[in-house]
Design a protein around this ligand. Structure first.
Ligand SMILES: *[C@@H]1O[C@H](CO)[C@@H](O)[C@H](O)[C@H]1NC(C)=O
Ligand SMILES: *[C@@H]1O[C@H](CO)[C@@H](O)[C@H](O)[C@H]1NC(C)=O
Length: 605
């Protein structure tokens, strides 16, 4: 036993040395941000004089942004010196203006320490740790997280003989402060022997370019267990993303348990265990909140409504959704099983309102809802006798225009229902929040103003980058959230003729400009779940979503070549934190910077 332990220790330490390039090997940083060993110095590069104990140590301050992902948007300066410390010996002096904000920051601190421990290599304890004091100061009492929340922060690290190392975080809100702690964790790496290394002198001033930095997660086509949703949230937090758009239900399954209408789950979930209870959803929302993330729930309609909507006739409520069992589905819906809500059935509106009520009750008072609205097939309504008869009775004809009006009325009624519910539950919220719809034929810029008022509806566009839709909606004064189909659809490349979008394509996707900057709220990468479940979810999303995260936080101008090594470090950090982020290049190229230039990503794909 003792012998085994002895062998383990010797081997363990030996391996750690080997991996870190310890045992005397030193690393250097060049002006174009390569970190290489003395023996692999790249010809023609201008190297700085400092020597580092490992590649990761070097990377902490090599290049303007070191290891920080996403890159800060304000002043950034990182010294090449380090302090060597033990994470258990950090002192905190955290100040917030209220009990609730203090509690929030207690949790932030706990999460931060958890993330620091993931950086440890073998052992993090250090007998003689540098003295580190982390001061954080938040000004605002508000815990509101929406498009107007101030997420800015300043982070200073000053080291003097007299005071030791003082980290100073200043933020308007707790959300800015938690981003600062995230950045601070990017300024730390494990030391080869033990303990952690921290950049010794730092100035960072940072704020996001876009207010809406989202990831859309579909949990209907395939069910995603909550533990995997939480891991997705962890990855988002590490990337300073702030909106989880939860496409929780669709035609395929309805896993959300609506307490007032249990039929939705009973008829709609794949199984009785593949559901999300209201309590679980509320817990998840709190979990996300503490990581700086809102959860925005989508209840898609009128299309994409099959599972969960079948029971109307049996229970005397008539058909809530129509075209449910169309075999030749291609003419009536985008994908089987078909189902489009029945706008001529008052009971459908009653059920929908009960669902909205639960969404409102589960969410934060300031939170809005996504009402879907994509891929409506007029042919479904037009081939349903009840709907045709009622339209003719009401004095409509069966023209496209009439059906568009019916469709628009559907959204307008739901908007009113949502507003009424929110006024009742949250009387202190002064103005009703706009709701979100996917772009569709109804949001065609040439007609949208007849159907959807721009102060009440935000449009999430999902078209290819060359299409003029965004620009036209902006010209008409609409606010948009951008999910560029040929760059930010993470499901592409796994079915039909779609192509996989590499992290570079994701990264290079620039959002449209508008005269009024606030009109472009931001964007979302989309994880539709037809060909993904918990077995591959993490590697499908990560690290690519992180490339979008930097686009949305920093909107960088730099040539992508300069960000490559910082991205590799970001990806490894996700892996260290337990997220199964995919590999993006051979390990050799990560370890030997400068040896693989223009390889693997040279093509413009
Ligand atoms: C820390 O350093 C920054 C810039 O180097 C400086 O502006 C700031 O005043 C310093 N803070 C303290 C407490 O010395
Ligand atoms: C609905 O069906 C009728 C024929 O029954 C057709 O004349 C009309 O053009 C259809 N409307 C739409 C919008 O397709």
């Amino acid at each position: 036993m003792m012998l085994a332990l002895w062998i383990f220790l010797v081997l363990g330490v030996g391996l750690a040395r080997g991996r870190g390039g310890g045992g005397g090997t030193k690393w250097l940083c060049s002006q174009t941000t390569f970190c290489t060993t003395e023996s692999e110095m790249v010809d023609g590069e201008n190297y700085k004089k400092e020597r580092f104990e490992s590649q990761r140590d070097c990377r902490l301050s090599c290049g303007k942004y070191g290891s920080v992902w996403p890159m800060p948007t304000g002043e950034t300066s990182l010294s090449h010196n380090r302090v060597h410390f033990d994470p258990q010996k950090i002192h905190f002096d955290v100040r917030a203006p209220s009990e609730a904000t203090s509690q929030f920051l207690d949790e932030t601190r706990r999460l931060f320490l958890g993330n620091l421990r993931k950086e440890c290599r073998c052992d993090c304890t250090l007998a003689s740790s540098a003295k580190i004091l982390v001061k954080a100061n938040v000004i605002s009492e508000s815990l509101v997280l929406d498009w107007r929340t101030h997420e800015n922060y300043k982070l200073f690290i000053n080291t003097t003989k007299a005071a030791g190392t003082v980290v100073n975080i200043q933020a308007t809100t707790v959300y800015g402060a938690r981003h600062a702690f995230e950045t601070l964790s990017n300024l730390v790496t494990g030391s080869v022997a033990s303990g952690l290394l921290l950049v010794r002198d730092v100035v960072i001033s940072d704020r996001p370019v876009y207010a809406h930095r989202g990831l859309m997660l579909d949990t209907s086509r395939n069910f995603i267990p909550l533990s995997y949703v939480r891991k997705t949230i962890n990855g988002m937090a590490a990337s300073k993303m702030n909106v989880l758009h939860w496409h929780v239900v669709d035609a395929h399954s309805f896993p959300l348990d609506i307490t007032r209408v249990p039929q939705m789950r009973i008829y709609g979930a794949y199984s009785s265990s593949q559901t999300y209870s209201p309590k679980e959803v509320v817990q998840l929302m709190k979990y996300a909140r503490l990581r700086g993330i809102r959860i925005l729930i989508e209840i898609d309609g009128p299309a994409h409504a099959h599972s969960g909507w079948q029971w109307g006739p049996e229970e005397g409520l008539g058909q809530l959704s129509v075209c449910l069992n169309r075999i030749r589905w291609e003419a009536y819906c985008a994908a089987p099983p078909c189902g489009q809500l029945n706008p001529m059935n008052e009971n459908m509106y009653t059920v929908l309102k009960a669902i909205f009520r639960q969404v409102a009750e589960m969410g934060a008072p300031e939170e809005t809802i996504h009402m879907g609205g994509d891929e409506v097939y007029l042919s479904c309504w037009n081939t349903t006798k009840q709907i045709r008869d009622k339209m003719l009775d009401d004095g409509y004809d069966l023209s496209e225009k009439s059906f568009f009006r019916l469709w628009a009325q559907f959204h307008q009624r739901n908007l009113l229902a949502w507003e009424e519910i929110n006024r009742r539950i949250y009387p202190s919220i002064p103005e009703p929040k706009p709701v979100i719809l996917w772009s569709s034929r109804l949001t065609d810029p040439l007609a949208i103003e007849n159907y959807l008022p721009k102060n009440r509806f935000i449009i999430q566009t999902w078209v290819d980058s060359h299409e003029p839709l965004n620009k036209m909606l902006l010209q008409r004064g609409y606010r948009i959230i951008v999910s560029t189909k040929d760059a930010w659809y993470l499901d592409h490349g796994f079915y039909g003729s779609t192509v996989y979008h590499t992290w570079r394509t994701v990264y290079n996707n620039k959002l449209p400009k508008s005269r009024d900057r606030r009109q472009v709220l931001g964007g979302e990468v989309c994880m539709w779940s037809e060909s993904v479940d918990q077995n591959s979810l993490e590697s499908r999303i990560w690290p690519r979503a992180g490339a979008a995260a930097e686009r949305l936080w920093s909107n960088p101008k730099d040539a992508p070549e300069l960000i490559e090594r910082r991205f590799y470090r970001y990806r490894d950090r996700l892996v260290d934190r337990g997220i199964h982020a995919d590999a993006v290049t051979p390990r050799y190229c990560v370890l030997h910077e400068g040896m693989c230039e223009h390889y693997f990503y040279n093509t413009n794909k």
